[in-house]
Write a protein that binds this ligand. Structure first.
Ligand code: PHE
Ligand code: ZN
Length: 865
């Protein structure tokens, strides 16, 4: 007999095609909060107006709420009922009314971190996507836009700071040691952009004068003691405000812009109107505690959330299927901003690396979906690399095809046409079409077809006539629910080099593939030209292009597009590693020569060189194989690293001997220098030279900042020297009271290449500083494990079991964060039978748990398909 009580819930799919406009609008909302950690009461007054002819009850969504009282136009109202968790209010034939509902919530019991919750004795909210319904009953869909007035009352000693969206219009003292504040946001917004914060916070204040001369007061709110680490975020905010004016013509629209940092947060940050709420990780930075990568993360996320003020808030999404409308565009905007603030080439390399690490595997697996999905069960599962990062690539392709001036005309038209609206991806495409003068009819396929297109390239050269041609074919692979695909427009920046020519080369051209096959004439060449293809990664595709080591080595040294130089060297390394894994000889010497050649440019651009000489990740090597062999990949990657380390030992040693730039200097060059030192240390470590542990320990001890300190610690963590234990201990003692740095301590141990890493992770989960209630901590330990290919895929299945155990333990507390740990288990098709069977068994075990969340049920069941 089967036990029905433990079978997973049958989930309802929501379909994009079922969209219907709201029947009731809610032009105004007044919220009244009496706040406390364990008991908060909320009165919501919704001014509603019926938007359809026929009378229809008002449907208000709730999640875990019970209405304590319902009033209509000030009178107690009994014509309401609950339908599941929704509140249905019958308003008869009224076309307008003020509906008031009282609810009571317990923020201290809210471990999901959605709705109103407590973090470090402060209260804060997270409403995207459907968290507002955990605070009060509401239509809670992004196409219902309202003006908000928020009154908050709380104990003055414990919650001296009371913040919400917009401007504070009044405040005063209340009874019994309480005080109150009244906030008003003049801009109509969807409920997911509502926010409030109450707590004991200190502020870093600054101001920004907009292009029309308006003064905006800026505030970054943190816990006392953290204010000295907010300077970088503040500078990033001011740079972002100026950049959006200059590049997109977008000015900020309130007199106040506040950011609050909280330690318990499911995501990176949230763009609530005028009151962004951030994971502390993307606000706090000083050289002693944050790496250069952390600094870049702060800058990028501050910019991202700020840019949402226009791409997300002024123009929002009609429904959640349109999520990429705000996220893809905003990621593209923050990527462009960071490129402008630092090195465009390095930024592009980092973005493409992330796309290949997170999005390509998603697009090739059971959870593949178009950037505008067609259905979902739980929307929180669709905040994906596809919607965000592939979404950004789709915007980038439009920008590439239009060119900067015309693209700007397109975005100007978009902002102008849809300001104040809840728009769709289709609205965006049409605005770019009209404003930039592009025909995007076929391009719309990028919104509906999932899967990474593959482009096969071949150069033909006719020795007699000298004519060269490029033959290109494209193929979009089948994905779940989309067995058959049609060709898409693929814009490829290409350039053909004449290796023998000393004079200037012909220029670059932009070729847009429309059909399954395309032939591009390249011109006359004495010998077959060297082709630089998909320069700058102009299209998010996989290129199959057979090229010899000689050709790739030449491009790695001579291509004038830095991204293409990087790609050529990566391809050479990848070919060599894939060959080695299947026991074939690769081009080891060619790789060493190309790395040596690239290192010659290190004075001029150390950041680029550091990226270019880095070996492809184990996961990316696995992505090139029919069946991933994690152990062989680790072995061969280490062997190549050892060979490069040994052959260029004197180079690596001299890079390390030169000393590090002072940690307080954050110039492009200084950051690049530190990055290259980290790479040099890793190469040297792969050689197993006897002095490596002491060298790494010296760097660790003498480091004047976290970039060097963490790099040295990570290197030591791979080995089993006495220095390893010593350094981990010193690091722990020094930073045990700093949660963000303690995360690094967990993370480097879970990243370790030691054979006992899975056991170490299981042991660390029992450490007194480990907790399931903090998502950063969970990601630091378990997220690092799933990113450690050889450990996660350990042959006995212990890695899989560890992650499934975590999902099962975490789901009752925080389903969103639990669900995010599942996709690595869903890659089972890519592994051998034994591993695949164990991965599926763990997914089955998860699904057999009683009372599983919708989040985890959807991800685990889809991962089995
Ligand atoms: N909208 C946020 C961003 O991309 C991300 C987010 C989604 C945060 C859902 C919290 C919850 O900037
Ligand atoms: Zn975003």
């Amino acid at each position: 007999m089967t036990d029905v009580s433990s079978s997973p819930p049958v989930l309802v799919s929501i379909h994009r095609g079922d969209y219907r406009p709201p029947e009731w609008r809610v032009p105004d909302i007044a919220l009244d909060f009496r706040l406390d950690l364990a008991e908060t009461s909320v009165t919501a007054a919704l001014a509603v107006e019926r938007d359809i002819e026929t009378p229809s009850p008002l449907v208000l969504h709730g999640d875990g709420l019970t209405p304590e009282a319902v009033r209509v136009d000030g009178e107690v109202w009994n014509d309401w009922r609950m339908d599941g968790s929704d509140l249905i209010v019958d308003l008869g034939d009224r076309t307008a009314a003020t509906v008031e509902v009282d609810t009571r919530i317990d923020p201290s019991a809210n471990t999901q971190l959605m709705g109103l919750y407590a973090s470090n004795n402060m209260l804060c909210t997270q409403c995207e996507a459907e968290g507002f319904r955990r605070i009060t009953f509401h239509p809670d869909r992004p196409d219902v836009l309202s003006r908000y007035k928020v009154r908050m009352e709380a104990d003055k000693t414990r919650f001296p700071i009371l913040l919400s969206n917009g401007n504070c219009i009044d405040k005063g003292a209340g009874e019994g040691g309480k005080h109150w504040a009244l906030w008003e946001d003049p801009w109509p917004k969807p409920s997911y952009l509502f926010a409030l914060v109450a707590g004991d916070l200190v502020v870093n204040r600054d101001e920004f004068v907009t292009m029309s001369g308006r003064k905006v007061e800026l505030g970054i709110w943190v816990r006392a003691g953290d204010e000295s680490r907010t300077g970088h975020a503040m500078q990033a905010l001011k740079n972002s405000m100026a950049w959006d004016e200059r590049v997109y013509g977008r000015e900020y629209d309130l007199d106040l812009f506040n950011i609050v940092a909280v330690s318990d947060f499911n995501m990176g940050a949230m763009e609530n109107k005028g009151l962004n709420i951030f994971n502390t990780r993307y606000i706090l930075a000083d050289p002693d505690t944050a790496t250069d990568a952390d600094y870049d993360g702060v800058e990028g996320v501050v910019a991202h959330e700020y840019f949402h003020n226009w791409s997300g808030n002024r123009i929002t999404c009609r429904d959640w299927f349109q999520l990429s409308l705000k996220e893809g565009f905003t990621v593209y905007r923050d990527q462009s901003f960071s490129a402008d603030m630092g090195s465009p080439a390095v930024k592009r390399i980092e973005d493409v690396r992330l796309l290949r690490a997170a999005q390509f595997p998603e697009d090739a697996g059971p959870l593949a979906h178009p950037i505008r999905p067609d259905s979902y069960q739980e929307i929180s599962n669709f905040y994906t690399a596809t919607v965000y990062n592939k979404g950004a690539e789709i915007i980038r392709m439009m920008a590439t095809m239009a060119g900067p001036e015309r693209f700007r005309k397109g975005t100007d038209l978009y902002f102008d046409r849809h300001d104040g609206e809840a728009a769709t991806c289709e609205d965006f495409v049409r605005a770019i079409e009209d404003g930039a003068g592009l025909d995007l009819k076929q391009f719309r396929l990028w919104y509906s077809q999932a899967g990474t297109p593959r482009v096969t390239a071949r150069v033909e050269h006719d020795a007699a006539s000298g004519a060269a041609q490029l033959h290109l074919t494209q193929n979009v692979p089948p994905t779940p629910g989309q067995p058959v695909k049609v060709p898409m427009p693929i814009p490829l920046r290409i350039k053909a080099f004449d290796r023998s020519a000393t004079a200037t080369q012909a220029g670059e051209q932009l070729v847009v593939l429309h059909d399954a096959e395309t032939v591009v004439p390249l011109g006359q060449f004495a010998a077959s030209p060297q082709l630089s293809l998909n320069r700058g990664f102009s299209a998010p595709v996989i290129i199959d292009f057979e090229r010899g080591a000689d050709e790739l080595g030449w491009l790695a040294a001579h291509d004038d597009d830095p991204f293409a130089r990087y790609e050529a060297l990566q391809q050479l390394m990848l070919d060599t590693l894939v060959a080695a894994v299947s026991g074939k000889p690769g081009h080891r010497q060619a790789v060493i020569d190309a790395v040596a050649e690239t290192l010659r440019g290190r004075e001029a651009d150390p950041a680029f060189v550091a990226e270019a000489v880095l070996l492809p990740s184990e996961a990316f090597i696995g992505d090139q194989m029919l069946t991933v062999d994690p152990d062989a990949i680790r072995r061969e990657r280490l062997a190549l690293q050892d060979a490069i380390g040994a052959a260029l030992e004197s180079e690596w040693r001299s890079i390390l001997a030169e000393g590090a730039p002072p940690a307080s200097i954050l110039s492009r060059k200084a950051k690049g220098g530190r990055r290259l030192r980290g790479v040099a240390l890793a190469y040297l470590a792969a050689t197993d030279r006897a002095d490596v542990p002491s060298l790494a320990f010296t760097i660790f001890s003498e480091a004047d900042g976290m970039t060097e300190r963490q790099a040295a610690l990570a290197t030591l963590a791979h080995g089993d020297s006495d220095e390893r234990a010593h350094a981990l201990d010193i690091f722990y003692q020094r930073y045990r009271d700093n949660p963000l740095v303690l995360d690094k301590w967990f993370q480097v141990q879970a990243w370790s290449m030691r054979p006992d890493t899975v056991d170490a992770v299981r042991a660390l989960a029992q450490h007194p500083d480990f907790t399931l209630t903090n998502p950063n901590r969970v990601r630091a330990l378990y997220g690092a494990l799933t990113g450690n290919q050889a450990a996660f895929h350990q042959a006995d299945g212990a890695g899989y079991r560890t992650i499934a155990d975590l999902v099962i333990a975490l789901d009752p507390k925080n389903p969103q964060t639990a669900a995010r740990m599942i996709p690595p288990l869903g890659r089972w098709k890519r592994f051998d039978e034994a591993r695949a069977a164990m991965m599926k068994a763990e997914l089955d075990r998860i699904l057999a748990q009683p009372g599983l969340s919708r989040d985890v049920t959807e991800q685990a069941s889809k991962s089995l398909l």
